[in-house]
Design a protein around this ligand. Structure first.
Ligand code: SF4
Length: 353
């Protein structure tokens, strides 16, 4: 759960007087409220310092304009669903993962919350009249991490409970699970937790709950009957960067160190979780669209994980060289199969030559 204090909250004038704005602002009583015409007046300003903003972001409250739903990206697994869409009730994320594509996607690190959820619901209903929908609601952010402020996940749960043709995926690194413990489990909702080795969390996932906290939350949510997916994504070939020199000095070859970190991680996860009861385990290696990586590298010139000599695939996505990606994903899937039925393990490959 994030309890970041904002010094300023920019609010679009058209919604200044609404109930939802009052509710959100009560979480930040000391923030100075600044009326604005359009969120882009602040969010898309020229010459912003992304890294500086990431340290002390401001909050922007705005109205989402159409489109409300987007087709799922080819860089993400659709899990076999034909109508794969996502929606963004927030832009940017309170967490600060070193490998996050948002760092290259947006001009600003300030957080935007779109408060007109009802209009997104109306659009979903229109689509549902034509066909079932697989909808990811925690895209381009970690929606659950802001739940104590917005209550959006709770509203989505209520909405989904009356729409059996709507399948929701809520992806998170958060440990806050109240929305799942305060109601019976829904068959059409999957809670997808991104997990990483503790070493990765400590070094590259700033502000996120540690592995033990995430595992505890998963356990509680599974016990309450919810479907849970574990996402080991992105897998990082971390040893290559030798950021922690003690690892480099005392361990064996690159791949062996990587294996040890990731195998130890899976041992820890499945010591606590019953792999048979998971809905799926999804595994994917680091990947980022060409333009986003270019911009992210410019903003973070000293980041070793971002400056790895990735290969560009034919879809314009940078990823590990095919031989390395296949090796690390294959090794990880093989090891995961000790704990999880093979048919539940999904590998997402991006290294198409
Ligand atoms: S939790 Fe996800 S969206 Fe948030 S910073 Fe990390 S990678 Fe980006």
């Amino acid at each position: 759960m994030i309890t970041r204090r904002f010094s300023h909250i920019y609010i679009e004038e058209a919604i200044l007087d609404s109930e939802v704005i009052r509710r959100i602002c009560t979480s930040f009583p000391n923030a100075q409220q600044v009326p604005i015409g359009h969120y882009k007046d602040v969010f898309c300003r020229k010459r912003q310092d992304f890294r500086l903003q990431k340290r002390t972001p401001k909050l922007i409250l705005a109205m989402k304009r159409p489109p409300f739903l987007y087709s799922g990206s080819a860089n993400c697994d659709s899990f076999g669903n034909h109508s794969f869409y996502y929606t963004s009730s927030m832009m940017n994320c309170p967490y600060d993962c070193a490998y996050c594509y948002l760092k290259g996607m947006y001009p600003s690190a300030n957080l935007v919350i779109f408060v007109n959820q009802e209009e997104i619901f109306e659009e979903v209903d229109k689509r549902l009249a034509a066909h079932p929908l697989y909808l990811c609601i925690s895209y381009d952010t970690d929606l659950l991490s802001f739940e104590p402020v917005t209550g959006f996940v709770d509203s989505w749960m209520k909405f989904a409970s009356r729409r059996p043709d709507l399948f929701l995926e809520i992806r998170t690194k958060c440990a806050f699970i109240r929305p799942f413990l305060s109601r019976p489990a829904l068959r059409n909702v999957i809670v997808a937790w991104t997990l990483s080795p503790e070493y990765v969390i400590k070094n590259y996932e700033m502000g996120t709950p540690n592995l033990a906290a995430r595992i505890r939350s998963i356990k509680a949510v599974m016990k309450a009957g919810w479907q849970v997916r574990i996402c080991i994504d992105p897998v990082l070939f971390i040893d290559n960067y030798r950021e922690d020199t003690s690892w480099a000095r005392h361990q064996g070859t690159d791949l062996k160190v990587w294996e040890r970190i990731y195998q130890g991680f899976l041992d820890k996860v499945f010591m606590s979780l019953d792999g048979d009861r998971l809905t799926s385990v999804s595994i994917g290696a680091f990947r980022m669209a060409k333009d986003y990586l270019k911009r992210t590298r410019r903003r973070y010139p000293c980041s070793r994980i971002l400056h790895y000599p990735f290969k560009l695939n034919r879809n314009g996505v940078y990823c590990y060289p095919p031989s390395l990606e296949n090796r690390i994903l294959g090794e990880l899937a093989k090891y995961a199969a000790r704990f999880v039925p093979l048919e539940k393990i999904r590998i997402f490959t991006s290294s198409i030559p």
